[in-house]
Design a protein. Structure first.
Length: 583
């Protein structure tokens, strides 16, 4: 049995509630005064912060061009209502205060420097993680280095510090974490390592390095400094030799693939134990009967389907886009669309070649993909996280582990940052992108790929190399929660104007026939909604919205680059200012 660490909030909550106690020492509980005595106290406190790591979920790309949801996104259609409360706006400071509470007290503990700083590093990592999310979402935010009390009126009512100032602090926290966290293999199972911190810092640097470049922003640190740091950090991880791009094993996954359709990619996401998986830099760990989630039940439905635009982004097996490959068989039938495509396609999108369930040892597929209004809406269900084992798709019974950081992302960061710096050689591609392609037997990417005549419109042009690296990232990291951030940092929200980002399957006579056994029809008063576009018929979930809806268009000064602050907080603190464009 794998070793599991299930972190609770007991220590953190207990101490945070005791910060105003008297100097009496209750014998049946711990207090702020009595707690900070030994290194284990630091560990127990840090345990309570681990719940801030990424959690399992199938909806992480819902607000993007990758997915279509039952109800349209108020963000993508520019119908956001300014929230009233901090909770509704995600303007929350509990975690920052919990981190600062620790950082103001840990020096009371006596012990070896490396033992103490291990947990200081964990706490500073989580502070950086929280602040990274805040500056992505809100831009400028107040920076705090201590847990505020009601008497700290000056800091409680301060204005916002600049995003670049806070970014510098985030980098400092993560560099401290890299210095003091243990190396790979030296950590307790499920806890942070140097490479986890390096990956997070590389993610930060890539985000703001490209954001500054494509939004023409200056300031310190500069775009180039951030991109060079992203390269350096990922080079360090690659150089350890500790990680690999793994062909996911069928063992224990219940996948039992059909002949000539191996599941080396999708099997990675339904592994019971990632703690020894060479692609895993950090896992969130689950165990049957102890701690479970519901991803296995939700994958492939849950009111979300992949978009036609996403499906068309898969290359053909000759390494060419569908716009120019003679291997592309079209989309007259659902099966045609999967033929001769990147093998990740049949491992991500439900089809006749990947078992959907295994009952009494028998492999079963869906006769037609879910396209219901509360299911996969587009007819392209994302089954990346779905195990066909019945036990895994019962309510809250999914027990396989979750990647928090995986090596594939490190390689993608390295390739993109090098390309943005104009230094992406064939050697770089061979140690990054092409390792991902090797897993699924796709042709290697070269430094001079053919340009896609049907390329996504980002509102500007990029080199074919950068375009293909972005495509690779879109495919490899689907449903892992990166896509909206990617479009924002690339200043590429023009991509949302393509109607196919809202479409589902093409509805042909052959497709209508395939759905007949389920009494599913398309068009008309009772059928699934469809729309005509360029002489073809497609599933379309939002018949009330026109294809050129103004909400899908983002301008250079669009208010949605940043989220609004809650009105209650603006009233409480007149030194806070609302983000541009929000009234």
């Amino acid at each position: 049995m794998k070793l599991k660490y299930i972190f609770g909030m007991v220590a953190a909550v207990g101490l945070m509630n005791s910060c105003d106690v008297t100097d009496k020492k209750p014998i049946d509980s711990f207090t702020d005064e009595s707690y900070w005595t030994k290194v284990s106290d630091l560990k127990y406190y840090a345990n309570g912060l681990y719940d801030n790591l990424d959690k399992p979920g199938v909806d992480k790309d819902n607000t993007s061009d990758n997915c279509v949801t039952t109800n349209y996104s108020s963000t993508l259609f520019n119908e956001i209502v300014i929230p009233t409360t901090a909770d509704n706006a995600d303007w929350k400071w509990n975690n920052i205060r919990a981190c600062n509470f620790f950082l103001q007290r840990y020096k009371r503990v006596e012990g070896l420097e490396n033992e103490i700083n291990l947990y200081v590093a964990e706490v500073r990592f989580f502070r950086a993680l929280d602040y990274f999310g805040k500056i992505k979402k809100f831009g400028d935010v107040p920076w705090y280095e201590k847990d505020l009390q009601t008497s700290d009126t000056e800091e409680l009512y301060k204005g916002r510090d600049s995003r670049d100032f806070v970014l510098g602090k985030v980098i400092e926290d993560l560099e401290f974490a890299i210095q003091w966290l243990p190396d790979y293999g030296q950590q307790e199972s499920g806890r942070l390592t140097k490479d986890a911190a390096r990956t997070q810092l590389a993610r930060v640097c890539l985000y703001f390095g490209t954001y500054k470049k494509y939004h023409n922003e200056s300031g310190t640190p500069s775009s180039e400094e951030l991109l060079r740091k992203a390269v350096s950090l990922t080079n360090d991880i690659i150089a350890t030799g500790n990680y690999e791009i793994v062909k996911g094993s069928d063992a224990g996954c219940g996948q039992d693939p059909f002949e000539n359709y191996p599941l080396y990619y999708s099997n990675q996401f339904v592994q019971e134990d990632l703690t020894k998986n060479k692609e895993c830099i950090l896992a969130r760990i689950y165990e049957t009967g102890v701690l479970m989630h519901e991803t296995g039940r939700q994958a492939g439905s849950n009111g979300t389907g992949l978009s036609k635009d996403f499906v068309e982004s898969f290359l053909c097996i000759d390494g060419k886009p569908i716009s120019i490959s003679d291997q592309y068989k079209g989309d007259e039938t659902l099966d045609n669309e999967f033929e001769n495509r990147d093998p990740r396609m049949y491992q991500i999108v439900d089809n006749q070649h990947k078992p959907y369930t295994i009952i009494n040892g028998e492999r079963q597929t869906n006769p037609y993909p879910d396209c219901g209004a509360t299911g996969a809406v587009t007819g392209y269900p994302c089954v990346k996280y779905r195990s066909p084992l019945q036990a895994q798709w019962e309510a809250n019974q999914t027990s396989y582990d979750w990647f928090v950081y995986r090596y594939a992302e490190v390689l993608l960061i390295n390739a993109e940052a090098n390309a943005e710096l104009g230094q992406c050689t064939q050697a770089v591609l061979d140690q990054t992108i092409n390792l991902l392609r090797d897993r699924v037997d796709m042709p290697h990417l070269t430094t001079t790929p053919v340009a896609d005549p049907a390329a996504i419109n980002y509102g500007y042009s990029v080199s074919p190399l950068i375009y293909e690296i972005r495509r690779e990232r879109r495919i490899e990291l689907i449903a892992e929660g990166f896509r909206l951030d990617d479009l924002k940092r690339w200043n590429g929200m023009t991509a949302l104007e393509n109607p196919k980002t809202m479409f589902g399957v093409r509805v042909t006579d052959a497709v209508r026939e395939q759905y007949k056994p389920g009494n599913i029809t398309f068009g008309g008063e009772d059928g699934r909604p469809v729309i005509e576009y360029q002489g073809k018929t497609y599933l379309y979930q939002y018949p009330s919205k026109s294809l050129n809806d103004a909400g899908r268009k983002w301008s250079a000064d669009d208010k949605r680059w940043l989220s609004p602050l809650p009105t209650d907080e603006l009233t409480l603190n007149p030194n806070l200012e609302q983000n541009p464009g929000w009234k």
